[in-house]
Design a protein around this ligand. Structure first.
Ligand code: PAF
Length: 280
């Protein structure tokens, strides 16, 4: 497996693969890889001749008050996981390789980025769209893989690819959970033992909401109220949002009679965790 740190090295290697007629898949990540990422890499390996995993903690998607500095990093472990899973390359650039000092071009979006995480993290998706666009230009993948855990991000990237006529397929992959239900996330490492237990209210609320809709409840207000009640019963939990939106447009919509995304963001102590389900 190749470890590339420069844009040029990636481009040169992709050129070689293209000359051999090989297809290329991309799994963009911020590293500290877990089974959630691994499921994306596995799927990419099944569907492409060569797979590039980018490991880059993208500074421009963090607000000044967020966890850029403390975001967990372990490149050696990431490389081992990528190699074991069959990736051909890890791309791990320094921030200066991705952003020149006078970098001023951004990809921004309205509508789909307005609610949910876009509301609590107003500059986040501009940073995500910009870096993902750059990664697409550097790797020129046939397919790129994103987890449904970041459901709004998946909707945002799909919209960007459609709106800007990008030549690749976006593949969304299911949420991977711990045995007790907690959605896998690199940020779970921030949790103390007590917080780790408290964090189960997220998946509990998600499963309860999902069951209500499956059992025929269409009233979004009722579903969201039931979910809020579960979370509010946990003293260590503080709700950022518990919302229902249309899955394609991410507009607030409180009736489960079209495909809806039910998404939550909850602080457990200082750690902000997200989870969701899609009812189609
Ligand atoms: O989902 C993530 O880890 C990041 O937002 C992404 C897509 C790698 C962009 O930095």
């Amino acid at each position: 497996m190749i470890l590339a740190t420069t844009v040029n090295d990636v481009k040169e290697q992709v050129k070689v693969w293209r000359a051999l007629g090989l297809s290329v898949g991309l799994v963009p990540t911020m590293g500290y890889l877990h089974e959630g990422h691994q499921s994306l890499i596995k799927r990419a390996v099944e569907e492409n001749d060569r797979v590039v995993v980018s490991v880059f903690v993208n500074p421009i998607q963090f607000a000044p008050n967020e966890d850029l500095e403390s975001y967990p990093r372990d490149l050696d472990a990431d490389c081992r996981l990528c190699q074991e899973t069959g990736a051909a390359m890890v791309f791990h650039p320094e921030p200066s390789e991705m952003y020149a000092e006078d970098f001023t071009t951004f990809v921004d979006m309205t509508g789909v980025t307005k609610e949910l995480c876009g509301k609590s993290r107003p500059t986040h998706f501009r940073g995500v769209c910009t870096v993902v666009n750059k990664l697409f230009n550097i790797v020129t993948p046939d397919r790129a893989y994103f987890g449904q855990k970041d459901a709004q991000q998946l909707a945002v990237i799909r919209r960007m690819v459609r709106d800007l006529n990008m030549n690749l397929e976006i593949v969304g992959c299911p949420i991977i959970r711990e045995a007790d239900g907690l959605a896998k996330s690199s940020r779970n490492t921030y949790l103390s033992d007590e917080e780790r237990k408290a964090a189960l209210v997220l998946s509990k609320a998600i499963f309860a909401g999902e069951k209500l809709i499956k059992d025929g409840e269409q009233d979004g207000e009722k579903v969201l109220a039931a979910m809020r009640e579960i979370i509010e019963a946990e003293p260590l939990a503080r709700i950022d949002y518990v919302e229902m939106v249309k899955w394609d447009s991410i507009e607030i919509y409180h009736r489960a009679d079209v495909p809806v995304l039910v998404a939550i963001a909850v602080y457990i102590g200082k750690t902000r965790l997200i989870d969701n389900f899609i009812a189609e």
